[in-house]
Design a protein around this ligand. Structure first.
Ligand SMILES: NC(=O)c1ccc[n+]([C@@H]2O[C@H](COP(=O)([O-])OP(=O)(O)OC[C@H]3O[C@@H](n4cnc5c(N)ncnc54)[C@H](O)[C@@H]3O)[C@@H](O)[C@H]2O)c1
Ligand SMILES: *[C@@H]1O[C@H](CO)[C@@H](O)[C@H](O)[C@H]1NC(C)=O
Length: 446
C-alpha cells in the first residue's frame, strides 16, 4: 500500500522559475557569503557548509534518479518535488502488472493514465479481463473525493492491475516506466475534468491537459517501438456550435470553457506529434459519461446524493425556460468504444518501423445520439430513489456549460463498430444501485 502515499494537489505545483532548487541554493550561498564576511573562520565554515548544501540539493536528481542532468527537461524540474522514487519493488510490480495472459488474443500491453479515475478504472478492468497487460498511472489529486479514487484502485489491485502513483509531468518516472515495460498502447485518460472548476483553478487544466499531455507525447515519440495512443478529448470542443447533431467535421473553434479550450488544444497538439513523429493517435470525444463508480462532481451524481438527503437541487434552464439537455452515455458503451479504438489502431510509423509513412490520425464522437433534458434526468432519479426532489430552477450561468450536446456517431459506428445499447433509465438504475450499495457499505463499516 506504500504506493498510495498522497501527493499534493495539482494546484500545489510550483509555477515560478524562482522555485527551481538549484537557483534557490545558489541564492542561499550568496546570501551566506555576504553575511559572514566579517570572520575568516565563518567564511571557511560557510563555504564548506554551502558546498555540502549545494551537493545535497543536486544529488537527488543525479544519483537516485539515475538520469544524467542534461537529459532533464526544464518542465520536469518543475515537478521534481513530486517525483516518485523508482525502486526495485515498484519496478517488479509494474512488470508484473504488464504481463500478458495466455487468454489474450490481442496481446496488448497498455499504459492507462488516469486509471484511478472513473473511465480509466473501467477501461483498465475490461482490458485486464480479456488478458491484456495493463499498468495504471494516476496522481490521486484532490479535485474530488480521493477515497473514491482509492476504492477504485483497490478494485484494480484485486484484478491484478497496478496503479503507479505519479504525475504525467514527471518525465523521469515516465522514462523509467517505458524502460521497464514495452507498451504497445497508451490509453490516455488522465486530465483535469469539469468545466466550472476552471474559475477557481485554471492552472490545473494547463498542467494536466496541456503540459502533461505534451510530456507524455514526448516520452511516447522517443519510445522504441513507439506505442499507439488513444486519448480522451471531449464533446465540449463543439462549444457554441448550434448545428445538431455534432459531427466530427463540424466547427470546434468556439470553446465555451477553459476545459474545452484545453481539449481542443490537445487535438491540435496530438495532430502535430502525429505529423512530425509518426505517432498513431486517436482522439475520442466523450459525451457526458455516467454510471457506477462515476464522478461526484457531475449532475446525476450530485442530484442522487442531494435527493436522498432531501436537499434542494438546482436545475439550470436555457432562455425562455427551455431545458438544458445532454447526450448521456453509459460507461460500458464508452468502454467498448475505447477498446475498439485501441484494437482498430494501426501502428505508429515514426521510429522502429522500416517503412516510414504517415501515421494514422483519427477523431471520433462517442455519444449516445439521444439527448435527454435535465428535467427528465431528475424525474427518472426521483422514480428510482422513490423520493421527490426539491427543485430550484435557475437560468444557466455563462460560466462554461453549454445548453445541449447531441452526438452524430455515424463515423464511430462505421469504423469502430461502436453501437451504444444502454438508455438513460437502464444506466441510471445501475448507477443508483451502485451508489446506495457503495455509500451504505461505507457507513456500516464506520
Ligand atoms: N466523464 C465524462 O463525462 C467525460 C466527458 C468528456 C471527456 N472526458 C474525459 O475523459 C477522461 C476521463 O474522465 P473521467 O470522467 O474518468 O475523469 P476522472 O477525473 O475520474 O479521471 C481522471 C483521472 O486522472 C487523474 N489525473 C488528473 N491529472 C493528472 C496528472 N497530471 N497526472 C496523473 N494523473 C492525473 C485524476 O486523479 C483522475 O483519477 C478525461 O480526460 C476527461 O476529460 C470525460
Ligand atoms: C453524421 O456524420 C456523417 C459523417 O460521419 C455525415 O455523413 C452525416 O451527414 C451526419 N448526419 C447528420 C444528420 O448530420
Amino acid at each position: 500500500m506504500s504506493q498510495i502515499k498522497m501527493l499534493s494537489h495539482v494546484d500545489d505545483f510550483p509555477s515560478s522559475p524562482g522555485k527551481f532548487k538549484p537557483d534557490k541554493s545558489l541564492a542561499y550561498i550568496h546570501r551566506l557569503r555576504i553575511q559572514s564576511s566579517t570572520s575568516k573562520l565563518t567564511v571557511y565554515l560557510t563555504v564548506i557548509l554551502s558546498l555540502i548544501l549545494f551537493m545535497f540539493y543536486l544529488s537527488p536528481q543525479s544519483s537516485s534518479r539515475g538520469v544524467p542532468g542534461t537529459r532533464r527537461a526544464l518542465g520536469s524540474s518543475l515537478y521534481s518535488s513530486l517525483a516518485v522514487s523508482w525502486t526495485g519493488e515498484l519496478e517488479r510490480r509494474v512488470r508484473n502488472s504488464a504481463q500478458v495472459k495466455s487468454n489474450s488474443e490481442t496481446r496488448h500491453v497498455v499504459l492507462v493514465t488516469g486509471a484511478a479515475g472513473f473511465v480509466g478504472s473501467h477501461v483498465s478492468l475490461a482490458l485486464k479481463r480479456r488478458g491484456d497487460g495493463v499498468v495504471g498511472l494516476d496522481n490521486y489529486n484532490h479535485y474530488y473525493d480521493v477515497n473514491l479514487k482509492k476504492s477504485r484502485q483497490k478494485l484494480l489491485e484485486k484484478a491484478g492491475v497496478f496503479v503507479v502513483n505519479g504525475d504525467l509531468n514527471d518525465k523521469d518516472l515516465l522514462d523509467k516506466l517505458f524502460d521497464a515495460v514495452v507498451f504497445t498502447h497508451v490509453m490516455h485518460l488522465a486530465a483535469q475534468a469539469g468545466v466550472r472548476y476552471a474559475m477557481q483553478n485554471p492552472s490545473s487544466y494547463i498542467n494536466s491537459n496541456v503540459a502533461g499531455l505534451v510530456n507524455l507525447l514526448e516520452v511516447c515519440k522517443s519510445a522504441n517501438p513507439q506505442p499507439v495512443i488513444v486519448w480522451a478529448s471531449s464533446s465540449s470542443v463543439y462549444g457554441l456550435n448550434s448545428k445538431v447533431p455534432f459531427s466530427e467535421k463540424d466547427r470546434s473553434d468556439q470553446p465555451a470553457s477553459l476545459y474545452a479550450a484545453t481539449k481542443k488544444a490537445g487535438e491540435a497538439i496530438t495532430h502535430s506529434y502525429n505529423h512530425i513523429y509518426g505517432l498513431s493517435i486517436t482522439g475520442l470525444r466523450f459525451f457526458t459519461v455516467y454510471g457506477p463508480w462515476g464522478r461526484p462532481d457531475m449532475a446525476y451524481f450530485v442530484f442522487t446524493k442531494d435527493i436522498l438527503r432531501r436537499k434542494e437541487i438546482t436545475i439550470y434552464e436555457g432562455a425562455d425556460h427551455s431545458s438544458v439537455a445532454r447526450d448521456f452515455t453509459y460507461i460500458d458503451d464508452v468502454v467498448k468504444g475505447c477498446i475498439s479504438a485501441l484494437d482498430t489502431s494501426k501502428k505508429s510509423t515514426g521510429s522502429g518501423g522500416k517503412k516510414r509513412g504517415p501515421a494514422q490520425f483519427r477523431i471520433y464522437n462517442l455519444g449516445n445520439t439521444s439527448p435527454v433534458p435535465v428535467t427528465k434526468l431528475v424525474s427518472i432519479l426521483e422514480k428510482l430513489l422513490k423520493t421527490n426532489a426539491k427543485k430550484k430552477l435557475l437560468p444557466l450561468p455563462r460560466n462554461g456549460d453549454v445548453k445541449f450536446t447531441h452526438a452524430n456517431i455515424t463515423l464511430a459506428a462505421k469504423e469502430l463498430g461502436y453501437q451504444p445499447t444502454t438508455d438513460l433509465e437502464t444506466g441510471l438504475k445501475k448507477f443508483v444501485k451502485w451508489y446506495i450499495g457503495h455509500y451504505q457499505e461505507k457507513k456500516s463499516s464506520w
